[in-house]
Design a protein around this ligand. Structure first.
Ligand code: FES
Ligand SMILES: [Fe+2]
Length: 450
């Protein structure tokens, strides 16, 4: 349970809010490079942390991110002409470069210095391996942090697949669904245990289906939390799923099987009521195979409730037609207006929820909690320990920001983000923290997944 004040403190991320300032202390994943495919191409509406922005790629390929409204008289720069290293407002022709400088003001006399005294609000962007990162904070160049050293953003593009989906609820309840290991045994499960195909990849899933009361432990780290969910395995052994929770809004999830790709999420607030969910699957040491990619891009009904990569990403044919609204490319055809295409017959006979795909199962339950869940009404149980601990981190970062403008954890430790998830089958007497720390180190000899 959270008081109304604390709930507001962590859920509200607009300009000037404590949690908004916490988020603005980090570089944030903003767009895929492919969303701005060409130099001088059409601009893109972007909404992030409650701010309406216009992204564009200039003649030199640099990414600009400007406040939507022109500083002259407020016309939208979305209609702008993207030409010769700048975006030109179509109302009176003022032109802005990627840093927000006014490079032309054709409706003022040539001798006017007006243009040197005004700037558009512009946020710096950096592009790395197919991801455009933006910094919405107030630190000047030279004092900004480094990009977080996520393995998924450091491996070659051929080793990584990223999809996004637009979710209509507050980022905290979306994130909390991502670290809640206990729901996997229900929401994403199949009714008939025989549906598990028995491949080694699904060994861990069998442990999860057999033990629905995981015991949780957490360890605080420089980047956030390491969460261990312990389930019974064979006599004398436990099955440990090690999830990483990285501030402000990332997760790294354990996979199944020793050569499996790994997945994680970024739950990026569009505003207080909408979230851009990034789903990222990568392999640390090899290219993703065509079969793995197809597993993520396509989906068929007989795979309802599959525990593999399938369905974690929204399949390509489930996206709704794109409009020019910010983020609309990533909206699903399945939504609250059509009950996420829940098939009641499938719910009765095959799968726990009957909603197609893991992604939509998550989205359905998280959106059904309302735009911002009122946490005065909840009743947290022992399975919710990771959520309780993560809220403590968010609250302490937001309070420290509000009371003394403290730099949040992880901002100055970007290298520590190069950590992994793991799943381990350990003897009952083993020290899970030591084993998990070793297995999740970026220098581990291999990837540890059962
Ligand atoms: S409103 Fe943009 S140039 Fe006038
Ligand atoms: Fe889920």
């Amino acid at each position: 349970m959270l008081s109304r004040e604390d709930n507001d403190l962590i859920t509200r991320v607009g300009p000037g809010t404590p949690m908004g300032l916490v988020m603005r202390s980090y570089w944030l994943p903003l767009l895929l490079s492919e969303e701005l495919p060409e130099a001088d191409g059409r601009p893109l509406r972007v909404r992030v942390l409650g701010e309406d922005l216009i992204a564009f790629r200039d003649s030199q390929g640099r990414v600009g991110l400007l406040e939507e409204h022109c500083p002259h008289r407020g016309a939208s720069l979305y209609f702008g002409r993207n030409e010769e290293c700048g975006l030109r407002c179509v109302y009176h022709g003022w032109k802005f470069d990627v840093e927000g400088r006014i490079t032309d003001m054709p409706n003022e006399p040539p001798e006017s210095t007006f243009k040197d005294r005004i700037r558009a609000i512009a946020y710096p962007c950096v592009e790395r391996n197919g991801v455009i990162w933006a910094y919405l904070g107030d630190q000047p160049e030279g004092q900004r942090p480094e990009l977080p050293a996520f393995e998924w953003n450091l491996v070659p593009a051929s080793q990584c697949y990223i999809s996004k989906r637009y979710q209509e609820c507050n980022w905290v309840q979306a994130y909390e669904g991502g670290i809640d290991s206990s729901h996997v045994s229900f929401l994403h499960s199949r009714l008939n245990p025989g549906d598990f195909r028995g491949s080694p990849r699904e060994q861990g899933m069998k442990y999860m289906a057999a033990d629905k009361f995981p015991h949780y432990e957490t360890v605080e780290t420089p980047y956030g939390l390491m969460v261990g969910a312990r389930r019974k395995a064979e006599p004398g052994y436990y099955y440990w799923r090690i999830t990483q929770c990285l501030l402000p809004f990332y997760t790294l999830l354990p996979a199944y099987g020793s050569d499996s790709p790994v997945s994680g999420h970024a739950w990026v607030p569009i505003d207080d009521y909408n979230t851009m969910v990034w789903t990222i699957t990568w392999h640390p040491s090899r290219d993703l195979t065509e079969a793995e990619l197809n597993d993520m891009r396509y989906w068929s009904p007989d795979q309802v409730g599959s525990s593999e990569g399938n369905g974690r990403h929204l399949p390509l044919n489930m996206y709704a037609p794109e409009t020019s609204e910010a983020g609309s490319r990533w909206k699903s055809k399945l939504n609250k207006h059509n009950d996420y295409m829940l098939d009641w017959e499938v719910q009765k006979t095959k799968a726990f929820s009957g909603i197609p795909t893991i992604a939509m199962q998550d989205q359905a339950v998280q959106e059904s909690m309302g735009p911002i869940y009122d946490r005065r009404r909840e009743h947290l149980g022992t399975a919710d320990l990771a959520i309780i601990r993560m809220r403590q981190l968010w609250l302490s970062a937001a309070r420290a920001m509000r009371d003394r403008q403290a730099v949040p954890p992880g901002v100055q430790a970007p290298d520590t983000y190069r950590v992994r998830s793991a799943s381990l089958r350990l003897p009952a007497e083993a020290d899970w923290v030591a084993e998990a720390t070793r297995a999740t180190s970026p220098d581990a000899d291999r990837v540890y997944f059962v």
